[in-house]
Design a protein around this ligand. Structure first.
Ligand SMILES: N[C@@H](CCC(=O)N[C@@H](CS)C(=O)NCC(=O)O)C(=O)O
Length: 212
């Protein structure tokens, strides 16, 4: 089994899960600057030309949440509750909410501060981010309210919903996300950071693949 990644938030979820569950997989870093995501060999695996992508035998799978569910099923982890439909609905709600609302609300902050720094794309535009504050506050209030009295987003335990929701917000201090007024989110993120695989998801890199 191979998992293709770059040092970015969507693959981070999958890499953290692989490490947390002790899954045996070949983790292949794509050389972004060399155009590895756009190379025909890679585009044939993932027509979005994004990461993560999982290849298991003849199967190629993309979308981090689907890959996480696949890995849980394969390894028998209830971080995706494969045998409990009510819990599946609960996890699915937060996966969907993340992709439709939370992720777009936090992404501008993450992009300006983390992505720009990681990939050498220049200085953050703090002026631009002012327009993103209202949506951020609106959806942070929803998550903060839900996390009142809870340590995890769903099912009363760690699930793939936590990894999906936290992948950009984990860097909230560095990204200057206005989370100061949302103590339940901060507590939840701090709790996730005590999970070794979440705090340190990146593989030791031995070089990267280029699909010529
Ligand atoms: N919805 C996708 C998002 C995939 C995605 O946007 N990946 C980013 C990294 S976080 C990427 O590949 N960016 C490189 C590019 O677009 O060139 C998922 O969850 O897997």
């Amino acid at each position: 089994m191979k998992i293709y990644w770059i040092r970015a938030q969507a693959p981070r979820r999958v890499l953290a899960l692989v490490k947390h569950l002790g899954i045996d997989a070949e983790l292949v870093e794509i050389d972004l600057k060399a155009g590895g995501l756009k190379a025909p060999g890679y585009a044939a695996l993932n027509p979005n030309m994004k990461v993560p992508t999982l290849v298991d035998g003849d199967q190629s799978l993309w979308e981090g949440s689907a890959i996480m569910a696949y890995l849980c099923i394969k390894s028998g982890s209830n971080m995706w509750p494969a045998h409990n439909p009510a819990e599946q609905v609960e996890v699915l709600r937060w996966l969907s909410w993340n992709d439709c609302h939370w992720s777009p609300a936090v992404a501008p902050f993450y992009f300006e501060h983390v992505v720009r720094t990681t990939f050498g794309l220049g200085m953050p535009d703090r002026e631009l981010l002012k327009a993103s504050v209202p949506d951020f506050l609106k959806f942070a209030a929803v998550l903060n309210g839900h996390l009142q009295g809870r340590d995890y987003a769903a099912c009363g335990r760690l699930t793939i919903a936590d990894f999906q929701l936290a992948s950009m917000a984990t860097d909230w201090r560095e990204s200057e996300m206005p989370l100061e007024g949302f103590p339940n989110i901060v507590r939840w993120i701090d709790g996730l950071m005590r999970i070794p695989a979440w705090a340190s998801p990146w593989p030791v890199t031995l070089g990267s693949d280029y699909f010529g």
